[in-house]
Ligand binder design. Structure first.
Ligand SMILES: Nc1ncnc2c1ncn2[C@@H]1O[C@H](COP(=O)(O)OP(=O)(O)OP(=O)(O)O)[C@@H](O)[C@H]1O
Ligand SMILES: [Mg+2]
Length: 293
């Protein structure tokens, strides 16, 4: 190829090879999230933002399902929100604060796109409301296939009934907070007929609920001195699921060691045997992989 033929050339000897947004995002959709882990990854951000209240709302909505994760954390202003929507918003090489559960600067985007084609984030900070949207189908349709993020002005927001109602129900009463809304959820048993899809949607959301009760159990029911986070799942309060059944299990001798300057305290438990638990407890604590696992 001659230099003249190569229209992408920026500097002698170099060629601008920015990834194609639509191809890259389509590929990133398959990096291994389930609905359970995707929701949990978005909630990690809410916890890092020091939320005390987190709502997961969802609806099958006559076969156009949506899901929203709403928190009362510190929120983002316009510039922070735009930066948050960037793939690779923060380098993994940078040191993060101790309570920051993030690492790659990707989770919000990759977790969301693993489940939906349209991600809208609305955030409130110091009275300012900001809203941005990545819509995979608009990116696909755009002629120049650029990383063009949609910024929704306050006036435009009025057209979005669902976002408006979530915002008035939650953010109006919060000093600050964030709504992450997934529309065009297209990963629910694709190909099945609508009735099957609806029951699959409800089934997988039950599993999301159990997953959240497990992975966030220490936030739902914290040790003394730690702050509590209230989780609601379509208005129903989540209950902590302590996989060790600590009240009934036998504590084994603990071990303490240091790793990268931090103290690690390990407390082993032996779960109670069959005769010491009820049938329902056995069922509850066996999880998906069985009691021995
Ligand atoms: N609910 C939220 N409240 C406040 N800030 C948020 C919220 N969600 C995301 N952010 C901001 O957006 C940034 C990008 O989030 P994202 O999940 O993509 O990456 P990360 O959390 O930095 O790392 P990781 O890829 O490991 O999740 C966060 O670092 C945070 O600054
Ligand atoms: Mg994150």
């Amino acid at each position: 190829m001659t230099n003249a033929e190569n229209s992408n050339e920026t500097n002698a000897g170099f060629v601008d090879l920015s990834p194609s947004p639509s191809s890259l995002i389509e590929s990133l959709r398959d990096i291994g999230y389930s609905l359970e882990t995707a929701v949990a990854d978005v909630i990690d951000n809410s916890i890092t933002a020091l939320s005390t209240s987190i709502d997961v709302r969802f609806s099958w909505n006559d076969s156009t399902p949506w899901l929203a994760i709403i928190d009362d954390g510190h929120g983002m202003n316009g510039a922070e929100l735009i930066s948050a929507m960037r793939f690779g918003s923060m380098s993994p090489l940078l040191t993060r604060s101790k309570n920051d559960l993030g690492r790659f600067g990707l989770g919000l985007k990759t977790a969301s796109f693993s489940q939906c084609r349209c991600l809208t984030v609305l955030s409130k900070k110091q009275g300012e409301i900001s809203c941005c949207q990545w819509d995979l189908d608009s990116i696909l349709k755009s002629e120049d296939n650029k990383w063009l993020l949609r910024i929704l002005a306050t006036e435009e927001l009025k057209q979005f009934d669902l976002l408006n109602s979530l915002s008035s129900k939650y953010l109006d009463s919060y000093d600050s907070g964030t709504i992450v809304l997934w529309n065009a959820i297209d990963r629910i048993d694709a190909g099945a007929d609508l009735e099957i899809k609806e029951s699959k949607f409800n089934e997988v959301l039950c599993s999301v609920r159990s997953h959240l009760e497990l992975v966030f159990h220490r936030f739902i029911s914290p040790d003394s001195g730690q702050s509590k986070v209230q989780f609601r799942f379509n208005n129903d309060e989540l209950e902590a699921f302590d996989p060790f059944n600590s009240f009934k299990s036998t504590e084994r001798p603990c071990a303490d060691f240091k790793c990268e300057g931090q103290n690690i305290h390990v407390q082993p438990y032996v779960l109670p045997r069959f005769s010491r638990v009820s049938k329902s407890e056995w069922k509850k604590y066996e999880g998906q992989l069985g009691y021995l696992s």
